[in-house]
Design a protein around this ligand. Structure first.
Ligand SMILES: *Cc1c(COP(=O)(O)O)cnc(C)c1O
Length: 401
């Protein structure tokens, strides 16, 4: 097996890593990697024996691996401080992790609804699998699945605390850190055993590829994940791995900028909301009242003030937050009224998006909108929220007449 990580880049900045960390694997003098579409690779004829294409042969068939996959895994392994294996989607990573650990009792925290569906599929095959809440006792638990930050609120969990509890019970801790990729979070530093990401979100970042990545602490687990991927054909396609590699070169600047804009917008929306409550001590203008009085809540890690926040998120929180209204009708009115926030699902990309999660997940409050901030400017996005909230207030006032 080829050494994916080049130790030279281990201590360099994220941008340097994502631009250079795979260079030792490039076989041609290209500055940017080209896309390789072949499914099959020539045998080295002198090395072939029966049922053996030769230990020195790096690529044989693309279900196993291909140069674009190896390159992106090299970059991700360095950037994510572990051993990265790329899959066809974020949900596929959950299946692969379950097939690797084969847990009989899983504790799961608040998480993306699709993960719970994968767990149900796994339980249907494995049989006799118990699923409990990550907030309850870990007695008999072999695997704890934690999402932080949480989709759809953007709030965080104290990963170190769950790691202590999981390890005390002899369980492994898997952290789905899709909502806070590097440089926003590095869950191994808080004790996670495995980190997974839907690469369809920030890592891809342009709403144009579906992929996932599992990062393990050790090479042996990565080897097993690769054999699961090959056995079941769970890998990502050539276009996807190539696009992912290209997207990673801008990960640091994109994510840092998105996170900064999101934190400013969260602060602004929360200031509108606060201005409209407890008006006994102040007299907001009619315009300020119109902006804030329909906002029932704004949720994001920056508003939680958790003691673990600083250590867990050295470079800010994610660009996803949620906003709730008095009713489903009001939430949908705002989703449709926003102009720069596209009314569509997904998150983490360069386009700002707003999604009504209840449409996907019945356990999500019907009055909640999930917001994912892209690369539009803060001023433009703030103006978009002002016009949408003003329109909502006017609409509600007119309805009362
Ligand atoms: C989107 C998402 C997934 C699933 O990823 P896909 O690439 O869509 O399969 C898993 N976990 C979280 C937190 C997500 O947001």
């Amino acid at each position: 097996m080829v050494e994916l990580k080049n130790p030279l880049y281990q201590t360099m900045s994220l941008s340097t890593q994502t631009l250079h960390a795979d260079h030792h694997l490039r076989e041609t003098p290209e500055v940017s990697p080209s896309i390789g579409v072949t499914t099959t690779f020539l045998y080295k004829k002198d090395d072939v024996t029966a049922n053996n294409y030769g230990a020195s042969q790096r690529y044989v068939y693309s279900r196993e691996s291909r140069p674009n996959t190896t390159q992106v895994e090299s970059t991700l392994s360095t950037a994510m401080e572990g051993h990265a294996v790329v899959f066809g989607s974020g949900l596929t990573t959950a299946l692969a992790v379950l097939l690797h650990f084969k847990p009989k009792k899983v504790a799961i925290g608040e998480s993306y609804f699709g993960i719970r569906r994968v767990l149900a599929q796994y339980a249907a095959i494995a049989g006799d699998v118990k699923v409990v809440s990550a907030e309850c006792s870990y007695e008999g638990v072999d695997l704890v699945w934690l999402e932080s930050p949480i989709n759809p609120t953007g709030e965080i969990k104290d990963i170190a605390c769950y790691a202590l509890r999981a390890h005390a019970a002899g369980a492994k801790l898997v952290v789905d850190a899709t909502l806070a990729p590097p440089p926003l979070s590095y869950p191994f530093r808080q004790g996670a055993d495995v980190v997974v990401h839907s690469a369809s979100k920030y890592l891809g970042g342009h709403e144009d590829l579906l992929a996932g990545v599992v990062v393990s602490r050790g090479a042996a687990m990565a080897e097993d994940l690769r054999s699961i991927r090959c056995a079941l054909g769970l890998g990502a396609g050539s276009l996807e791995t190539w696009l992912l590699q290209r997207s990673l070169t801008t990960l640091s600047v994109r994510v840092t900028q998105q996170a900064q804009t999101a934190a400013r917008l969260v602060a602004l929306l929360e200031s509108f909301r606060r201005c409209a409550v407890s008006t006994a001590c102040h007299q907001p203008s009619a315009a300020d009242l119109a902006l804030g009085k329909r906002l029932a809540s704004v949720r994001h890690a920056s508003l939680q003030l958790l003691p673990c926040a600083e250590a867990q998120h050295p470079h800010g929180f994610g660009a996803v937050f949620s906003v709730s209204f008095a009713s489903k009708t009001q939430a949908l009115f705002v989703a449709k009224q926003l102009r720069l926030h596209a009314f569509a699902t997904s998150l983490g990309g360069v386009h700002s998006l707003v999604d009504w999660r209840h449409g996907w997940d019945a356990t999500s409050e019907p009055s909640l909108l999930r917001v994912s901030i892209g690369l539009e400017s803060f001023d433009d996005l703030a103006a978009d929220w002002r016009q949408a909230l003003t329109a909502l207030d006017a609409h509600e006032c007119a309805a009362k007449l």
